[in-house]
Design a protein around this ligand. Structure first.
Ligand code: ADP
Length: 174
């Protein structure tokens, strides 16, 4: 089986996905925010915030896992992407670490499926194509060495990321 058989692209709201774990592009407080973070907290309900309060925040490039509460997903992996500051501040290493740490958490629980949003490409300003290439490279490398997660979903929400990921995954345009 090629690793490409374990990768999917879905366009839409990550809070609606029927997967074992969804990834939240959180901030270091882990206490909620805008964008995908706000959407996840709204959909999961107040229990998620209560659980997050017990975690004591999270450093950039790291990840922590909670239950999914009212989400369809059983688990939420909270990871903190870098704010893009021109590219010479270690942002690529930090973004790669977000993907790798998130995958390691779900692999540790032997979960089948995980869905990622396009971390750091919203208000944190990471150039979308570069961010997508990092995401893809880390996922490819990780799947090459691990049986779990069996499936990785890239969940795109905006037109630009949709086009970039279709191109990157060789899906053609439509
Ligand atoms: P960051 O602060 O890491 O940049 P944002 O939430 O601002 O996080 O944006 C990250 C990505 O999440 C963007 O590509 C944005 O289009 C996407 N996004 C926003 N809402 C959702 C959602 N409900 N489902 C999936 N992706 C979303």
């Amino acid at each position: 089986m090629s690793f490409m058989d374990r990768i999917e692209l879905i366009c839409g709201d990550i809070t609606r996905l029927d997967v074992d774990a969804i990834v939240n592009a959180a901030n270091r407080s882990l206490l909620g925010g805008g964008g995908v973070d706000g959407a996840i907290h709204r959909a999961a309900g107040p229990g998620l915030l209560a659980e997050c309060r017990s975690l004591g925040g999270c450093e950039t490039g790291q990840a922590k896992i909670t239950k999914g509460h009212r989400l369809g997903a059983s688990w939420v992996v909270h990871t903190v992407g870098p704010v893009y500051r021109g590219g010479n501040e270690g942002e690529a290493t930090q973004l790669a670490s977000c993907y790798r740490e998130s995958l390691a958490l779900v692999a540790g629980k032997r979960l089948d499926s995980i869905a990622f949003p396009n971390i750091s490409t919203g208000v944190y300003g990471y150039p979308k194509r570069e961010a997508a290439q990092i995401a893809f490279d880390v996922v490819r490398a990780f799947l090459g060495g691990h049986e779990f997660p069996r499936r990785v979903i890239f969940c795109v929400f905006d037109e630009q990321n949709s086009a970039i990921y279709r191109d990157l995954l060789g899906l053609g345009s439509d």
